[in-house]
Write a protein that binds this ligand. Structure first.
Ligand SMILES: Cc1cc2nc3c(=O)[nH]c(=O)nc-3n(C[C@H](O)[C@H](O)[C@H](O)COP(=O)(O)O)c2cc1C
Length: 326
């Protein structure tokens, strides 16, 4: 797949996720194999108002390229201004969010609300394509509801509007994140457009990624929830797709070491207290499925000190090494 000057074959991409895909998380996913990473969505209104939290989200690291900044909003002029600002931060692409299902976004006629008005989606996309020098990509869903699946029409309209790639979260807006993603739409979309089509929704394992490519002809796959606390999924998926060999799961010690590496990145990028607190949501993922992890979790999610967290986590890794297999 080619987007602008970026070429990636069988790419495995990190999905944009609010409060998750901040700079440290994107860097850790990149280090462990993600081909392209996305910022969490950024409010166009926030960007043009110079809201501190929105501006902060524009910060990118050299190491994370290719990276896309995702913006959302329903007002064309505001979106254009926001896209110009986002482009100044030096991403490789600008992505437009036409998929967010949550009420307060949809109520502002943004995100998935635009699926009810594909001509406006096209107008907004065209305006941004004309305003920035970078490739502009779009992420959306199949439609508003099961009775109004519009994705094949929307895909053509996005291509005509100048979008450089299309990501499809294979659910409708009314499904939220529930129910199964329906990948069968991907080949139908591929039939009607020539821009890259990125499959998203329910890629939960390396095997799922391999199956997604094999059964749909997608140009890339994008992983969201399954990457939380599990950035290794990218390396394992890539390896399986490239070689046909499934690498063993990362060992508990490797997972703990990567968790601490991620925490150190967090501490480098934010004030200590904020970093330690915001990181708490990640322990569950890194420790998931490891035996008897509640005592260590209880310590790390209440600790204010990196040294204490590292000591407790490494002690836990030692304890696991000493465990007699059941
Ligand atoms: C916590 C969370 C935050 C999300 N935030 C965004 C977002 O900012 N922008 C976006 O386009 N999608 C967002 N999504 C949707 C994901 O990008 C993705 O489309 C969805 O999770 C389906 O993929 P998955 O099954 O691999 O998780 C979010 C999803 C989650 C779980």
């Amino acid at each position: 797949m080619r987007i602008g000057t970026t070429s990636v074959d069988n790419g495995v991409l990190l999905a944009p996720m609010e409060d998750v895909t901040d700079l440290p998380f994107r860097v850790i996913c990149k280090r462990y194999g993600a081909d392209i990473v996305y910022t969490e969505f950024i409010s166009s209104e926030g960007l043009v108002r110079d809201a501190r939290r929105s501006l902060e989200k524009l910060r990118l690291a050299d190491e994370e390229h290719p990276v896309s900044i995702q913006i959302f909003g329903g007002d064309i002029n505001v979106m254009v201004d926001a896209a110009i600002r986002a482009a100044e931060s030096g991403p490789d692409f600008i992505d437009i969010n036409f998929g967010c299902w949550v009420k307060n976004v949809v109520a502002r006629n943004a995100g998935a609300a635009l699926l009810k008005d594909p001509p406006l989606m096209a107008k907004l996309t065209r305006a941004i394509v004309d305003a920035v020098q970078l490739p502009v990509t779009v992420k959306t869903r199949l439609g508003w509801s099961k009775d109004s699946i519009v994705i094949t029409d929307v895909a053509q309209m996005m291509e005509d509007a100048g979008a450089a790639a299309l990501t499809v979260h294979c659910r409708t807006r009314d499904m939220g994140h529930d129910g199964d993603a329906d990948w069968t739409w991907i080949p139908k979309i591929k039939e009607v457009v020539s821009i890259p089509v990125i499959l998203n929704g329910d890629v939960k394992s390396p095997e799922d990624a391999q199956r997604a490519f094999a059964t749909t002809g997608a140009d890339a796959v994008m992983i969201g929830r399954a990457a939380i606390g599990n950035p290794f999924i990218f390396r394992r998926a890539r390896h399986l797709i490239d070689t046909g060999e499934l690498l063993p799961a990362f060992s508990p010690r490797e997972r703990i070491n990567v968790c601490l590496e991620h925490l150190r990145l967090e501490l480098e990028s934010k004030p200590q207290k904020r970093a330690i607190h915001e990181f708490r949501k990640h322990y569950g993922g890194y420790l998931k499925g490891l035996p008897n992890n509640s005592p260590v979790r209880q310590v790390v999610v209440t600790s204010e000190s990196y040294d204490e967290i590292a000591e407790r986590m490494l002690q836990y890794a030692d304890d696991l090494d000493l465990r007699v297999p059941a």
